[in-house]
Structures are given as C-alpha cells and as structure tokens.
Design a binder for this molecule. Structure first.
Ligand code: T5A
Length: 210
C-alpha cells in the first residue's frame, strides 16, 4: 500500500482554515480518497490535553513565556504525529491538518520573538525530517480575519486577545515562510468568497498530486 499525503493549512486568525479544510476533505472523498482530518494544537487525546493547557490558561495564572509555549507546541506535535498522523499516512490515508509547525514559527518566532534557529533545532529534535508534502497558506488582512473570527463568536482565546501588531507580525511571518519554501508552500489570497478560495486550493492539489 502506498503512503498517504500530508497536507497542512496555515494562516492567521479567521483566515478560513477550518472552512477550507472541510471543503477539501469533501472534494477528496468524492474522488475516492480516504482522508483523516486533524488539527493543532491537539489532534489526539493526549495532545488535546496540552491544547487545553495552551489555550485555556485562566488569566489569574498569568501566561506562558514564548519559550515555554514553543516547547509545549512541539511536545503536543510529537504526540500527535505518533498517535494520529504517522499511523494514518502509513495506512495510505491522506492527512489534512489545521495548523502545524509553521504556526509555531509564525506565532512563537516572528510574533513572540523566539529565535528562529532555536525553533529549527527543536523542530529537528522533535520531528527529524518529517514535514508536510504541501502547505496551503491562507493570507488576508488582519482586520478582515479578526472580524471574521469575532463574527463567529469565539474570538476569546489568549491568541485572539493579542494586539494588532502581534497579528501583523504573524501575517508577515507566514508570507516569509511561503517565500522561503516555494516548493512546499502554496500561498492563497483568502480575502475572497470561500468557494473561490476552495477552487484555488483544488488547483494546487491537482498540480502537486496529479
Ligand atoms: N498556535 C497554534 C500557536 O501559537 N502556535 C502553534 O504552533 C499552533 C499550532 C489556535 C491558536 O493557537 C495558535 C494559533 C491560534 O491562535 P484555534 O482555536 O485553532 O487557535 O483557531 P484558529 O486556528 O485561529 O482558527 P479560527 O477558527 O480562528 O480561524 P479559521 O479556522 O482560519 O477560520 P474559519 O474557517 O473558522 O472561519 C472563521 C469565520 O469566517 C467565516 C466562517 O464561516 C467563520 O464564521 N469564513 C468566511 N467568511 C467570508 N469569506 C470567506 N472566504 C470565509 N471563510 C470562512
């Protein structure tokens, strides 16, 4: 049996990742592909406990340092790969993941100031050479993303409460990641109707996996 493909979705808050991940799953399943949908932080029962620790920290306990956040994200990722991603890929399923390592690079690196070389060392230590076959990066202005997230009524986790400057750094980070990894990454203008964005993503899938 041939190994499945690993596709990740990245972008700022409210970029439309969850929406597009679901549309892509439907599209692939209609073509007869077996798809496993997952997300980060979390994605497996044990890793979801770490998601809770990251996103559900009560305000009176303060906040994680950026270094600690980085370590927890990679700990959760390590577990997620072992529990869900690798077993699914080796059974031939395609795995679509809502956020992955690029989110750590953009949020903890570009926006929170953790040195990129330290993140790379951690990535190498935790993941070795494991990386997505294709990464879709959804790009749209920060204001548009935050207003979408707010209209959905859940703009309350610790990340969505951060400043506009923080979110702009996240966006710049993702644009830089796309520019530096042109073979792996496909940058999509997400400031369009969901169906138009989905069509653009399907083109990338056809081009990459034929
Ligand atoms: N994080 C994560 C790190 O800091 N480091 C890491 O390493 C990792 C892995 C996760 C947080 O963790 C941080 C980043 C995040 O802050 P989360 O709860 O998983 O948080 O939330 P997000 O990933 O940010 O996802 P959101 O749900 O906020 O946004 P999505 O998934 O991008 O957007 P979606 O699809 O839910 O859409 C939002 C709203 O917009 C509408 C939808 O219907 C919905 O109402 N919408 C559109 N409206 C107009 N036009 C379109 N094209 C639209 N597409 C969707």
């Amino acid at each position: 049996m041939s190994r499945g493909h690993f596709i990740t979705f990245e972008g700022g808050e409210g970029a439309g990742k969850t929406t597009q991940v679901q549309l892509l799953k439907n599209f692939l399943e209609n073509k007869g592909v077996s798809v496993v949908l997952t997300r980060e932080p979390g994605g497996s029962p044990a890793a979801e406990r770490l998601r809770e620790a990251l996103l559900g920290m009560p305000e009176h306990l303060g906040s994680w340092t950026a270094d600690t956040e980085c370590l927890i994200h990679f700990a959760a990722r390590c577990q997620h790969i072992a529990d869900v991603i690798e077993p699914a890929l080796s059974k031939g399923h395609w795995v679509i993941c809502d956020r992955f390592t690029d989110s750590t690079i953009a949020y903890q690196g570009y926006a929170s100031g953790v040195d990129q070389s330290r993140i790379r060392s951690l990535q190498h230590w935790a993941l070795k050479d494991f990386e997505p076959d294709l990464t879709i990066i959804l790009d749209l202005p920060v204001e548009a993303g935050l207003s979408r997230a707010a209209s959905r009524g859940s703009a309350s986790d610790i990340y969505e409460r951060r400043t506009k400057e923080f979110h702009n750094s996240v966006r710049e980070g993702f644009l830089d990641i796309a520019a530096k990894n042109p073979t792996r990454c496909y940058l999509v203008n997400a400031d369009r109707e969901a169906s138009v964005v989905a069509a653009s993503i399907r083109q990338a899938i056809d081009k990459r996996f034929g």
